[in-house]
Design a protein around this ligand. Structure first.
Ligand SMILES: C[S@@+](CC[C@H](N)C(=O)[O-])C[C@H]1O[C@@H](n2cnc3c(N)ncnc32)[C@H](O)[C@@H]1O
Length: 377
């Protein structure tokens, strides 16, 4: 009997590769008080700012001919990579389908069928997403669970890709930061701080590798002339941690709570030492350098957006709930669920006590909007 040949690029890399890292834990499920649905107004804020830009890019740059090549009846495939429970994704999917529709109304082409693929990790709460799909949508919807650094969709099938607040997730913690004998050992911290060059470099290298594998997979999936828009959280080239904060410093403050709890005997110290967050917050220049190395995509637009969502986290409780909705499953997996309430109570107290964190105007985190076009081979 002959053996069955399974094409390896569709294997579930999430299960094969990431079993022992802190990566790939989904956002808090459902729509209750601690859910991502209820605690992602920060992320939601940037969408209204990005919408008119995405609309304009579709109107001026999307290559309509590609939607109909080898496909005379026309269908248009859109995917959101890292959609979570969908409530921040739906308005963007609506906007993209409407913008393409509008563009085609003025052409001789038939309006295509729209198919939207919602991607996230396998543990994502897709039930909440599908039970809250808007009724008046222009598209059919399907889930594509799996790691977006690998192949998810058929070759040459994707016309428009989108990803918001997701590319900061690394596939794994750089090994050297967990190695006691390495100059890049990140002792007692849960994320790079900026003061140990080797630690920052290790995180940046992992980030570059991950963005490159994301683009490599999308290059196979996308049609030539198709567009992909990203909203990527990052940090400015320079900011002053004495009087300002950004994503990494907010997370380092959480790390200081874990250390305090270890000192009080509430957690084991080696457990804290072995916990590292799989995130990297890029600068615009670092991201540009990575994207420019791609032979498959051209950069059509790249700019820093000001996020009005920061004013929705004006209270320490709201800021703590925002981090909790994104990190709880990862923290629970490493430390157990019994410490989570205490950890975030302590975090809230530290936020209140800090003169830097009390004012959202001090939040210097940035969001980088990037629009790439798949080159025609
Ligand atoms: C902060 S949420 C952003 C959700 C949504 N895009 C928004 O704008 O609110 C990041 C999402 O990316 C997903 N994610 C992270 N790494 C991923 C990967 N390698 N493959 C697929 N999804 C991933 C997470 O599970 C999470 O749902």
């Amino acid at each position: 009997m002959g053996s069955i040949n399974i094409r390896p690029h569709f294997q579930n890399r999430a299960l094969l590769k990431h079993t022992h890292t802190q990566s790939l834990y989904a956002m808090n499920a459902g729509d209750g008080p601690l859910s991502y649905v209820q605690n992602s107004s920060y992320q939601r804020g940037i969408i209204d700012v990005a919408k008119p830009i995405i609309e304009q890019e579709i109107a001026t740059k999307l290559d309509i001919k590609q939607i109909y090549s080898n496909n005379p009846n026309g269908f248009c495939t859109i995917a959101d990579f890292g959609c979570s429970t969908g409530h921040n994704s739906f308005p963007v999917m609506q906007l993209i389908t409407q913008a393409i529709n509008r563009k085609l109304e003025y052409s001789s082409h038939k309006i295509p069928e729209f198919h939207v693929y919602f991607n996230d990790v396998v543990t994502n709460d897709f039930n909440t997403l599908f039970s809250s799909l808007p009724r008046d949508r222009l598209y059919s919807a399907a889930a594509v669970p799996g790691d977006f650094h690998g192949r998810l969709l058929p070759e040459h099938s994707l016309h428009f890709g989108y990803s918001a607040w997701s590319l900061q997730w690394l596939t794994e913690i750089p090994k050297v930061v967990a190695d006691r004998d390495s100059p890049a050992w990140n002792k007692g911290e849960i994320l790079y701080r900026g003061d140990i060059k080797e630690v920052c470099e290790a995180y940046l290298e992992q980030y570059s590798r991950d963005i490159e594998s994301f683009l490599k997979s999308r290059a196979v999936e996308m049609v030539g002339g198709g567009l992909i828009a990203f909203l990527v959280p990052g940090v400015p080239e320079f900011w002053n941690p004495e009087i300002e904060y950004s994503f990494p410093s907010g997370l380092n403050l959480l790390g200081s709570c874990l250390i305090d709890m270890a000192k009080q005997g509430r957690l084991s110290k080696p457990k804290v030492d072995s916990f590292n967050l799989p995130f990297y917050f890029t600068t615009q220049q670092q991201l540009k350098a990575i994207l420019e190395r791609s032979h498959s995509f051209s950069i059509e637009r790249m700019e820093i957006l000001d996020n009005p969502g920061k004013y929705t986290l004006a209270s320490a409780n709201a800021r703590a709930a925002f981090f909790r909705a994104g990190l709880e499953r990862m923290l629970t997996n490493h430390f157990g669920s019994e410490i989570i309430d205490e950890l975030f109570d302590l975090y809230t107290k530290k936020l209140i006590a800090s003169p830097v964190f009390v004012n959202p105007d001090n939040d210097k985190s940035i969001v980088i909007l990037v629009v790439l076009k798949r080159k025609i081979d």
